[in-house]
Design a protein around this ligand. Structure first.
Ligand SMILES: [Zn+2]
Length: 204
């Protein structure tokens, strides 16, 4: 299964934060987690396998907090449609092993790196019990030129019931930490409440 939005007409929204890993160590934006905790906002975090290894203590801490659902973002952030099925499976199996070791659980949600997918990537992910999760609200936060004000404006403009919003928590969602408090306040004011992505599998 592949989803871009939660199947609901209720005013719910899923905040998602990717922790992408690259050849160089990717960082961590603790302000995002601090804001989510302060405001008691549930969120789905898509952590890359290698990112989890580089941030093992942080990963364990996040996994123990019921506020967060931990999804996977692959091990090495490859372009999945360019891989053979064997390569896809090797990457996913590696990341699932890391996930199990550090969180004690299996993820249900998979964010394909770069959002790149095809029927085979979706099918392979599904064979591990993973729903491929895209998004319908893009903040543009990987661009350092996109300001906090612009992020907030875009989210308010694009969000509708069931929207899945993508941001980054690896330090490369440049202005997302700054934008988050206003974004949460504004969505609340518009009557939205916040759910995990996996809320799609149960009544919300
Ligand atoms: Zn990514």
């Amino acid at each position: 299964m592949l989803i871009r939005r939660l199947p609901t007409s209720e005013r719910v929204v899923a905040l998602t934060f990717d922790a992408c890993q690259t050849l160089k160590p990717a960082g961590y934006a603790p302000q995002i987690i601090a804001t989510l905790r302060k405001e008691r906002i549930p969120a789905t975090l898509f952590l890359g396998g290698r990112w989890m290894e580089w941030h093992a203590d942080i990963t364990k801490n996040l996994a123990h907090d019921p506020l967060f659902e931990i999804g996977t973002h692959s091990y090495l952030h490859p372009h999945f449609p360019k891989l053979t099925e064997k390569q896809m499976r090797a990457d996913l199996e590696k990341t699932l092993a890391v996930h199990q070791k550090l969180t004690g659980r299996k993820p249900k949600a998979f964010r394909p790196p770069y959002g790149e997918h095809n029927p085979l990537t979706v099918k392979v992910a599904e064979s591990y019990g993973l729903t491929s999760v895209l998004w319908d609200v893009e903040t543009g936060d990987p661009d350092p030129g996109v300001s906090a004000t612009e992020i907030v404006r875009e989210v308010f403009r694009q969000t509708k019931p069931g929207s899945i919003i993508i941001q980054h928590m690896n330090g490369r969602g440049w202005h997302s930490p700054e934008a988050l408090p206003e974004l949460i306040a504004g969505l609340r004011k518009r009557g939205y409440r916040f759910v995990y992505v996996s809320a799609m599998n149960r009544p919300v």
